[in-house]
Design a protein around this ligand. Structure first.
Ligand code: S6P
Ligand code: ZN
Length: 196
């Protein structure tokens, strides 16, 4: 592991760091029950387990004091009316924040805290988004052709809790009912009072 300061450059136009230690790919099959239209999901998956998004991480020790950073690239597309998105997660160490810097594309970050408060912020090039401690986050690409590319940085000891979102969902969805992106309530969302 590098003990001295280091730099890395972003390679345009595909946008990925010149230094990559870890490349994570997530395909449709890793998103069971996450998209609202289960039938559209099953039909798409039957045709092909397509790539939804990729993460390029700069590896560092996952200990307090270190920072993890990297690039998240969500490809364009939809499952039914719902745009391609990341799984979304709380940090295991709930009291940890994260910063996203949007490099390319158009989309939204859907966020919520354990009390059920929610926030949706637009992502566009050169926009910085601060995700405070305790807020789950999911990025969504609303572009029709272009990738949504962001640079992220967060405390290296934060960890990822995917299970909570897999069960309760996010309160808000971003869908296209024919007129472009629309933020709507998720009918399958489990409100705090309905959780075990
Ligand atoms: C990690 C940070 C990002 C996401 C990435 C993919 O805390 O928020 O690196 O991991 O955008 O999303 P997800 O929900 O599949 O981890
Ligand atoms: Zn995160």
């Amino acid at each position: 592991m590098e003990r001295f300061p280091f730099v890395f450059d972003i390679c345009y136009p595909e946008i990925k760091p010149s230094r990559v230690d870890n490349h994570i790919t997530r395909t449709l099959s890793s998103m069971q029950n996450q998209f609202l239209d289960l039938q559209a999901f099953d039909e798409m998956l039957l045709a092909e387990d397509i790539l939804l998004y990729e993460v390029y991480e700069i590896k560092r020790p996952e200990i307090e004091g270190e920072l993890l950073s990297g690039f998240s690239i969500v490809h364009p597309g939809k499952v039914g009316k719902e745009y391609f998105m990341t799984k979304g997660h709380f940090h295991t160490v709930l009291e940890t924040a994260e910063i996203y810097f949007c490099l390319k594309g158009q989309g939204y970050m859907v966020m919520e805290n354990p009390e059920g408060d929610c926030a949706v912020e637009e992502l566009k090039p050169n926009r910085v988004l601060y995700v405070p401690p305790r807020w789950a986050h999911r990025s969504i690409n609303t572009g029709s052709q272009e990738d949504l590319a962001t640079f992220f940085v967060y405390p290296a000891n934060a960890g990822h809790n995917y299970g909570t979102i897999e069960v309760q969902g996010f309160r808000k969805l971003v869908v296209d009912n024919g007129n472009g992106p629309e933020i709507v309530d998720n009918p399958r969302w489990l409100a705090p009072g309905a959780r075990k």
